[in-house]
Ligand binder design. Structure first.
Ligand code: GDP
Ligand code: MG
Length: 598
């Protein structure tokens, strides 16, 4: 294929602004998929993606389009993940294409993820075509939103496409804009050694790992032997093809093209987004620059509620990890919770997705411990420890100081909720960096500790703004602060799964709130239970759960055996979701609920 007839692009948008619907329309209007095979949100495949309306893995589709100039074009669309947890993968995969459609809901305007995603596209040197979607809605204000795009993002929106992805209005204009306004790929050398970028990969039960590639130089063919440069592994290519969006094999892929290869690779782990693929010998010497594997930033423990399910959990985690290189795990034993795993995730959504899948697809009930970030613990002897579990906190007397990761958070919110948002950020130890207006919405930028955000910040933000705020963040670095480990003791036994890192100034308040919550969450027992929060050996908050005196079944009438039996069964079922700590049963939900701050 001639390079001048190829256009590679992605679609960037805030969630729900219509990215998937537009992709569907582009596929449908070019007859890439026969009408009878068309189903909604063709590119969103995973169940959780569909349910939550988010795209987790990038997908891709090759579209044939005969343009108004009478020429046949190949349009390659890659659908990048739209969530902040996957920001690194987005920024890598954006480098595999030359342009972006910037989709903005004309009834909503620019949102936080619009900004984050479009900046990533600008960083990747994309040509950008603004597309104002949902013009069919009565509330649509395309002129105002076009102005906003110019003011806030600083790109020309005079020739924005006005469309309704839902009705199909304006889709032709978008296709023409892709051809006329986005650049063709830079010229590559077909005869040079293979140089291809690994854009994405996922596991397929029949074919092994499917690797999405962008060819820069050289050609990729079936039967070829290739090398993945980051880990120096060699593979025999057994399939080369494109997505329409089903897989279709082709003879070869050349410079400028996007497609896939399979090579009987067993684990997604062996394929790193952003890696360079070349020939096994006489390949290129220098890989594509800037490659670094995505690093987990949020850690938590996953334990089976029923300890007999540990092996099942191991199995489930092994299987999920095959398909997710950015998820890390190692076995962990907790005095309180028994055997489980300490897992690392790219962010909270990523954590939720994995946890949901274990519970749903593998039917294992889980106890999730408090999410933690990675702290840098500087010891007095000069050593630095990367600590991702508060349970591993060394003795304070040997510690010189601690550093925690910080983020830059951008929040867009209607004016009327601004006060609540500022208060929330302030409560989470935020430092305001900027406050400007984008139309009737305020845009605030805060420097916040990641630890204060990973837990329930997003939920709180949504609730104080009735869902009208949008939020995005990026990691900025580490900074020293006065941080301490707070332990929780139930009936004088420390419950390691409830220990957290807190700021010294907030410790008493947090400790008190936690003890109060636990008092409500833990059922009464036949004896009195002290609940305490402590720093080092010093108790900073305390509650006492009073004893339960009567036998629960005593309430039943003497002769009613069935009722008594039912009650006992109910208790037994309830027990299953509890874990025993010394003599105390703690319900599973206590581990998460106790940590929520409100
Ligand atoms: P994504 O999160 O950006 O992929 O957004 P979706 O494509 O899933 O769209 C979000 C919601 O907006 C869905 O309920 C769509 O049906 C709806 N939607 C998308 N495009 C339009 C449009 O042009 N007009 C209207 N009225 N609704 C639309
Ligand atoms: Mg979508």
């Amino acid at each position: 294929t001639k390079l001048s007839k190829i256009r590679n692009f992605s679609i960037v948008a805030h969630i729900d602004h219509g990215k998937s619907t537009l992709a569907d329309r582009l596929i449908q209007s070019t007859n890439t998929v026969a009408d009878r095979d068309m189903k909604e949100q063709l590119l969103d495949s995973m169940d959780i993606e569909r349910e939550r309306g988010i795209t987790i893995k990038a997908n891709t589709v090759r579209i044939d389009y005969k343009a108004n100039d009478g020429e046949d074009y190949i349009l390659n669309l890659i659908d990048t993940p739209g969530h902040v947890d996957f920001a690194y993968e987005v920024s890598r995969s954006m480098r595999a294409v030359e342009g972006s459609l910037l989709v903005v809901d004309a009834s909503q305007g620019v949102e936080a993820q619009t900004l984050a995603n479009v900046y990533t596209a600008i960083e990747a040197d994309h040509e950008i075509v603004p597309v104002l979607n949902k013009v069919d809605l009565p509330a649509a204000e395309p002129e105002r939103v076009a102005e906003q795009i110019e003011d806030v993002i600083g790109i020309d929106a005079t020739d924005a496409c006005l469309i309704s992805a839902k009705t199909g209005l304006g889709i032709e204009d978008v296709l023409e804009a892709i051809v006329t306004r986005l650049p063709a790929p830079l010229k590559g050398d077909e005869n040079a050694p293979l140089k291809a970028m690994l854009v994405d990969s996922w596991y397929d039960a029949y074919l092994g790992v499917i690797v999405l590639v962008r060819i820069i130089d050289g050609t990729l063919k079936k039967g070829q032997r290739v090398k993945f440069m980051s880990n120096n592994t060699l593979h025999h290519v057994d399939r080369v093809g494109v997505f329409r969006p089903e897989m279709e094999q082709v003879d070869q892929l050349g410079p400028g093209e996007l497609g896939f290869l399979t090579a009987s690779i067993k684990q997604v782990r062996d394929t790193r987004v952003g890696d360079t693929i070349t020939n096994d010998r006489n390949g290129v010497e220098v890989p594509l620059d800037g490659f670094k594997p995505a690093q987990p930033v949020v850690f938590c423990g996953l334990f089976p509620v029923d300890s007999a399910e540990f092996e099942d959990l191991r199995d489930a985690i092994d299987k999920l990890a095959l398909n997710d290189a950015s998820f890390s795990y190692e076995m962990e034993t907790s005095a309180a919770l028994g055997f489980g795993f300490r897992c690392g995730f790219l962010g909270l959504l990523h954590l939720e997705v994995i946890r949901d899948r274990i519970e749903r697809e593998y039917n294992i009930e889980l106890i999730t411990t408090a999410p933690s970030v990675i702290y840098h613990v500087y010891m007095k002897d000069g050593e630095m420890i990367e600590m991702h579990n508060p349970a591993d906190m060394p003795d304070m007397s040997k510690v010189d100081h601690l550093e925690e990761p910080r983020i830059k958070a951008t929040i867009l919110v209607p004016d009327e909720y601004l006060g609540d948002v500022l208060k929330l950020c302030q409560d989470r130890r935020g430092i305001q960096e900027d406050l400007t207006y984008a139309g009737s919405r305020a845009m605030v930028v805060y420097d916040l500790p990641l630890n204060e955000v990973v837990f329930d910040f997003y939920d709180r933000l949504k609730s104080v703004t009735k869902g009208y705020a949008s939020f995005d963040y990026q990691m900025t670095g580490y900074r020293e602060d006065n941080l301490v480990k707070m332990s929780v003791l139930v009936n004088d036994e420390p419950v390691d799964a409830l220990s957290t890192m807190v700021h010294r100034d907030r410790a008493e308040t947090r400790g008190r709130a936690m003890c109060e919550k636990l008092k409500d969450l833990i059922p009464r027992h036949m004896f009195k239970i002290p609940i305490q929060a402590a720093i080092g050996g010093k108790v900073i908050a305390r509650e006492t759960l009073s004893a339960l005196r009567k036998d629960v079944t005593a309430k039943c009438y003497g002769g009613d055996a069935t009722r008594k039996k039912k009650l006992l069964e109910k208790q037994k079922a309830g027990k299953k979701k509890m874990r025993q700590f010394g003599k105390v049963d703690i319900p599973q939900e206590a581990f998460i609920s106790a940590l929520k701050m409100d």
